[in-house]
Design a protein around this ligand. Structure first.
Ligand SMILES: [Zn+2]
Length: 421
């Protein structure tokens, strides 16, 4: 027998249009939305959820998380010293915490440890109902060259013998197009929903910089072609405009960060080619809106690089905000905040002048396309999964609104919110 729930919404953002409807109802049958209307069909015995004093949205999506650690202050240490089960258990923990904060789907963009397939296990356990948690879309290991941004053995670079031993076994490591073809095939074989690569160096790592190219052209093309042959997308951590352009010519699907893109024409080309951008505003906030407390919590290397690139980052942020490219919504919290604190990206987007409705579109319909689930999540509409969140504060005026979740439902099931756990 079907289970029915009727949700009464004071205000409703459906994720499909840039507006709010008032006094609406949602009829949920089992795990799906059946009707959305001023008054839905009265089903005897339906559970009534009264959110008439709140704003209802689709369950939100964070398109850039790293879920396999817990305490960001000791993340580097834990990467080396903790066992695979630790990373899998933390993926479950973070998924539960995110769900309690109204984020019903997240895209896990890789882990730097030698057995990140534990995150695939966490995903499966949640799907099978053994644990409560948001939906996980997973790239288990990110792909990196030696000394690339994903070469976590640099954490022990003062001991080359041990660093080499640990790096040699990393499943995302390769050298040359043949090795990377094999790496892509194995990631997909063991459960990757997409492929995540570190095409450029980065900020939060020693020994590489955001303008560094880490793959050869042949390696990049081999990765993209192999993933596409198996119908998987490739998402590329990239900062500099030259490398973004190079990958556009190669058929890349999406760019993570892009924080040094200050050429509007390049963003226009991305839009025209249908290449998505997940700009992850949050990690660079300490320098964009100078905040010593925030910077203090970053690693010394990241702090140094943020200061060096400060003007460029600020200029690029303005260009990205002024463009009309769809912005994905992703936090990339590995420092400063916990991985499940997805609401902070809204705060940082609004603080950079992004319209709240554009930010909400990012966390719903734009991200739904990025995770290739646009027909089933990211909208309050008949046929979609009943992934529903509600918020106590005004989403149009309060940048902290997505930090205050009043209600969380995934697949028609109501979960406890942050205040309860
Ligand atoms: Zn990341």
């Amino acid at each position: 027998m079907s289970k029915y729930t009727i949700i009464k919404c004071g205000r409703l953002y459906t994720g499909q249009n840039d507006d709010f409807l008032t006094d609406m109802e949602i009829l949920v049958e089992d795990d799906r939305i059946k009707e959305v209307d001023k008054t839905v069909t009265a089903v005897p015995g339906a559970e009534i959820v009264d959110l008439s004093d709140a704003t209802v949205t689709p369950g939100l999506i964070d398109a850039h998380v790293h879920y396999s650690f817990g305490e960001w202050r000791t993340r580097a240490h834990d990467t080396i010293y903790e066992a695979p089960i630790y990373h899998g258990m933390y993926a479950l923990y973070n998924a539960r915490k995110s769900l309690a904060r109204g984020f019903t789907t997240v895209r896990h963009c890789g882990t730097n440890c030698n057995d990140a397939y534990s995150v695939v296990v966490a995903k499966r356990m949640i799907e099978d109902g053994q644990f409560d948690g948001c939906r996980l879309v997973v790239a288990p290991h990110y792909l990196s060259t030696t000394n690339g941004h994903g070469d976590f053995s640099k954490l022990m670079m003062t001991n080359p013998y041990l660093a080499d031993r640990i790096w040699q076994d990393y499943p995302g490591r390769g050298s040359g197009p043949d090795e990377f073809r094999e790496v892509v095939r194995k990631q997909i074989k063991y459960g990757a929903d997409f492929i995540k690569i570190f095409a450029s160096g980065g900020f939060n790592s020693e020994g590489d910089g955001p303008e560094d190219y880490t793959f050869t052209d042949e390696e990049l093309q081999a990765i993209i072609d192999t993933a596409h042959a198996m119908h998987k997308k490739v998402s590329s951590h990239t900062y500099g405009p030259d490398l973004v352009e190079k990958q556009l010519n190669m058929g890349i699907d999406g760019i993570e960060h892009g924080a040094l893109i200050r050429d509007p024409a390049l963003l226009a080309r991305m839009k025209e080619q249908g290449v998505y951008l997940v700009p992850t505003f949050s990690p660079y906030e300490g320098i964009i809106h100078p905040n010593e407390d925030n910077l203090k919590n970053q690693s010394p290397g990241m702090r140094r690089k943020l200061r060096y690139y400060g003007d460029w980052l600020r200029e690029a942020r303005e260009v990205i905000v002024a463009s009309d490219i769809e912005l994905g919504y992703g936090t990339d919290f590995v420092a400063v905040h916990y991985p499940y604190e997805g609401g902070w990206e809204f705060y940082n987007m609004l603080g950079s002048g992004v319209d709240p409705l554009r930010a909400l579109a990012g966390a719903t319909r734009v991200n739904a396309k990025i995770v290739e689930m646009e027909d089933s999540i990211g909208a309050i509409a008949p046929g979609y999964y009943a992934d529903v969140a509600a918020w106590k504060r005004d989403l149009l005026t309060d940048p902290c609104a997505l930090l205050d979740c009043a209600f969380s439902m995934k697949g028609g099931k109501i979960f406890r919110t942050e205040a309860d756990i």
